[in-house]
Design a binder for this molecule. Sequence first.
Ligand code: BEZ
Length: 301
Amino acid sequence: MTRIRTFAVLGLLSALLVNSCAAASEGRADDGRTPAAGPQLKILMAQTDSAEMPKVVRVPEIRVQAGVQERPTMPLIGEKAPAFEATTTQGPMKFPQDYRGKWVILFSHPADFTPVCTTEFMTFATMLPKFEALNCKLIGLSIDSNYSHIAWLRRIREAIEFNGMKHVNVTFPVIADLKMDVAKKFGMVQPAEDDTHAVRAVFIIDPEAKVRAILYYPLSNGRNVHEILRLLIALQTTDKHNVATPANWQPGDEVIVPPPGSCGTAEQRMTRPDKDVRAVDWFFSLKKMPKDKLDLPPEEE
Ligand code: BEZ
């Protein structure tokens, strides 16, 4: 009887174990609802010849890998942008070597010869002088060949009119990333949206090759290039004046003074604020930042 009970317990335990290992290999938790997390330690009950209680055997960690889709990786804000070499419409490119001391806006588009991308490229190309006036280079990218890029850019120049723009010459480099080498480094392929085309990603990278801002848009909606320029101006203003910029900030608006870091400076901020500071509360202070103190492209001054 004892022997029968022991084998019944063993049967139950092994059924549980088989189910739990299957769950792990399928990337689900034992309850079948949520993904199984992290390394797992399983305890096996080893069957013995005797009718005594089975030995407890620890098996090594099982890492949940099988059946789990590889997630895109991407550099995060504050990290160095990944280095790469690429073929572009302006010749070979080595990043970051070719861009030392420059701001860079690296942006991806889903595909050449598509309408939304065409409007974006015409807008970026028309606004290029504004970016260049801010020591910033533009780099485009899609999972297309260099010949496709060349043909598309020629067609844009010859035939496409949009929003008062025509005969637009795209002179910034466009990376031909057929093997997705660069796109994968920057998390530009997001398989749930599309696994063979890049989404509309924007990386604003500073002169030390550090990622300072990231924007991601879906395939269906074009980006606001004015917003990308505004964000570049805001980042450069932050670096130059050690200030932050409030919601909907535009050049010429007040900026935010960093909050004080001690009780003493908080008190001072409220009782004896600097003469150009408008202290609304100890943590909430603004100051004027007229346009002539900013680096702006000529037309925005
Ligand atoms: C476009 O640029 O028009 C586009 C590209 C990919 C999917 C949908 C639209």
